[in-house]
Structure formats: structure tokens, C-alpha cells
Design a protein around this ligand. Structure first.
Ligand SMILES: NC(=O)c1ccc[n+]([C@@H]2O[C@H](COP(=O)([O-])OP(=O)(O)OC[C@H]3O[C@@H](n4cnc5c(N)ncnc54)[C@H](O)[C@@H]3O)[C@@H](O)[C@H]2O)c1
Length: 323
């Protein structure tokens, strides 16, 4: 199958590209490289360096590539930037999405998978939230993910696309940007490998559901390619992608620290890792957020395969190998 991945040079997108190539599909990528990197892509994958806000350029790529399916990962994904600059957030996450949907419909694409977010839709929940949990997004980023799903449904009905929104929990793993505000595993790995202490916001008792990037890629590949009764032309299927297991930042820091110590020892470096610092609370941070992916299991046969300590080990090793 020919599949176009927007944001394919980013963290999650590049794992999707890898998985699609391994499964024997043809892949092309749209990415403006604002946070992604060419280095994340295997050689030979066509990369169109295009901003999705530029509708004409997006249409041009679709006319050339004519993908049967589209995987839309490109987004403005900083919650705090969305709060500071809601207009920019809406340009990329709404106008950009509409440009991609329009071009997909015009090029005759049949399936469309959209990266949504369970974290920002469900708010504070102490038990794994199913998809039926009322959406209550509070940040502009959350609002554009929610509106994005409504646009997806409109295009599905109007143009006969088979649409799937995958609502990720907190995704982590190799290739995640360690300089962003999210991606605490990447941020802590990079800091501790450099011998610096991690900074924990507030008391660190913020519970999240951490799902490994390559597992999220597997869910996308199933949603893009599997012939299943729930994914049909003219309809939208929204599915949570997460583990349902909550870990707080204090526990996470301890796991990453142990993995960093192990990796450094294996390289003949015995480092005394500094204890973490505690910074101020981040205003508006949810206390607890986790999703139930039971429905993704029923619809796609998807289940997470990498538990947190093993995924943290692979993430630390990846950062250690890159200095
Ligand atoms: N990482 C998470 O925990 C998480 C959780 C929920 C949802 N998501 C969603 O998953 C998707 C992928 O996120 P990620 O973590 O891989 O982030 P990422 O920043 O690594 O990937 C996003 C990619 O999109 C590209 N991009 C950004 N703006 C663009 C534009 N205007 N035109 C073209 N390309 C553009 C970036 O260069 C980057 O390669 C996003 O839609 C994000 O909102 C991520």
C-alpha cells in the first residue's frame, strides 16, 4: 500500500515509517523539519519539506504521491505554546489538518489516521478513561485535537474516508526530543547521562500513562492497513492508545536513574548520579491521567508490548549511544 505520513521525520512518525517499510509498504513523508529531523528517516524515503499550513504545496505533494492512506502526525504539540499563541496552534492543528484532509480527499485516499490525544481530552482521571469519557479540553492544543476529530468525522461522511483517531497517552522512547516541555523520559535521560540532576516539578506526584513509541507505531500501522469491521468508509473510529498503568514522576525518575547508572557502568563509567531537584509546580498540570485501550484491543487487536522499565532502558541506551 502507498502511505503518506505527515510529521514522518518526528519522534512517533519516524517509528511509523520504520514499521510500514518493514511490513513492505511504500512510504512518503511530509515534514517541515521544525522539530523533526532527516536523520530519523531511513535513506530512500521521499521527504517533502513542506509546511502543512501551505495548502497549495500540500496538494502538490498529494498529486504526485497519490497515497491510498494517510497518517497525520504533523502538529504544533506544545501545550504552553498553544496557551501563549492560540492562533499559531490553530493554524497548524486546524488549518494544516484541513489542508491535509482536502488534499487526501482530492487525491482519492481511502483511509486517514489522525494523532489525537487522550491526555488533553479527558483531563484529571484517576482510573483508565474509556473513549466514552466526556471530552473536556482546557488548552488550545486540547481544543484543536478535539476539533480535529470533528473535522475528521465531517470529511469521513462527506468524502467517504475511513477515518481513525488514535488518542495517545504519554508517548516516550528513542528519538523523542529532549528539549521540549513534554517527553520527561527523554529530558531526564539526557540530563542524567550528562551527570546533571533531573528537576521534578512540585512534589512529583503527577501520575501519567507512559506508552512506548514503537508500540504506538504498531497501533498506527494496524489502523492504516488492517481490514476490520469497525473501520469503514464514511465513519470515524476513535481509539485510546496507552497502557492503563499509572506511574508518577518520582517513580519515573528512580527508574531512569537506575537505567542511566546501569548504562554508564556498562561503559566503564561509575558515576554518582545527583539526587533530583524539585522545582515549582507547573500551573494547570493534571494530577492524574491514564487511558483504557481495551477498545483498541477489540478493534485492532492492539496491545502494548513494552513495559515501562524495559522501554526506559531502551530510551536511555539510545541517548547514551548518541553522546
Ligand atoms: N508525544 C506524545 O506524548 C503525544 C501524545 C499525544 C499526541 N501526540 C501527537 O502525536 C503527533 C506526533 O508527535 P511527536 O511526539 O512525534 O512530536 P514530534 O515533534 O517529534 O513530531 C511532529 C512532527 O511534525 C513536524 N511538523 C510540525 N509542524 C509542522 C508543519 N506545520 N508542517 C509540516 N510538518 C510539521 C515536525 O517537524 C515533526 O517532525 C502529534 O500530532 C502530537 O500532537 C503526541
Amino acid at each position: 500500500m502507498k502511505i503518506l505520513v505527515t510529521g514522518g521525520a518526528g519522534f512517533i512518525g519516524s517509528h511509523i515509517v520504520d514499521g510500514l517499510l518493514t511490513a513492505g509498504h511504500h512510504v512518503a513523508v511530509i515534514d517541515d523539519l521544525s522539530s523533526g529531523s532527516r536523520d530519523n528517516l531511513p535513506p530512500g524515503v521521499p521527504l517533502h519539506v513542506v509546511d502543512i499550513v501551505d495548502g497549495q504545496a500540500v496538494r502538490g505533494v498529494f498529486e504526485r504521491e497519490r497515497p491510498e492512506a494517510v497518517c497525520h502526525q504533523a502538529a504544533q504539540m506544545s501545550v504552553s505554546r498553544s496557551v501563549r499563541d492560540p492562533l499559531f496552534d490553530a493554524q497548524v492543528n486546524c488549518i494544516g489538518l484541513i489542508n491535509v484532509l482536502d488534499a487526501a480527499a482530492a487525491a482519492g485516499s481511502r483511509r486517514f489516521v489522525f494523532a489525537s490525544s487522550g491526555g488533553v481530552l479527558y483531563g484529571d482521571v484517576t482510573a483508565p478513561a474509556p473513549e466514552t469519557t466526556p471530552a473536556n479540553p482546557v488548552s488550545p492544543y486540547g481544543i484543536t485535537k478535539w476539533v480535529g476529530e470533528r473535522y475528521l468525522k465531517f470529511y469521513a461522511i462527506e468524502h467517504g474516508l475511513a477515518a481513525v483517531a488514535l488518542r495517545y497517552s504519554n508517548v516516550y522512547g528513542p528519538r523523542q526530543n529532549p528539549h521540549g516541555e513534554a517527553g520527561v523520559v527523554a529530558i531526564f535521560s539526557k540530563k542524567m547521562l550528562a551527570g546533571e540532576p533531573a528537576t521534578i516539578n512540585g512534589d512529583g506526584r503527577y501520575v501519567r500513562d507512559y506508552v512506548f513509541g514503537p508500540d504506538v507505531a504498531t497501533a498506527n500501522i494496524a489502523a492504516l492497513t488492517r481490514d476490520v469491521p469497525d473501520i469503514q468508509p464514511g465513519s470515524l473510529t476513535s481509539l485510546n492508545i496507552g497502557t492503563g498503568i499509572g506511574i508518577d514522576v518520582n517513580e519515573l525518575e528512580a527508574v531512569v536513574r537506575a537505567e542511566v547508572a546501569r548504562v554508564l557502568a556498562a561503559r566503564g563509567r561509575t558515576a554518582r548520579l545527583p539526587t533530583p531537584l524539585h522545582g515549582p509546580e507547573r500551573p494547570g498540570d493534571l494530577r492524574s491521567n491514564l487511558v483504557s485501550a481495551a477498545r483498541a484491543g477489540e478493534v485492532l487487536g492492539w496491545r502494548p508490548t513494552v513495559a515501562f522499565p524495559a522501554g526506559a532502558a531502551r530510551t536511555v541506551e539510545w541517548f547514551a549511544a548518541r553522546g
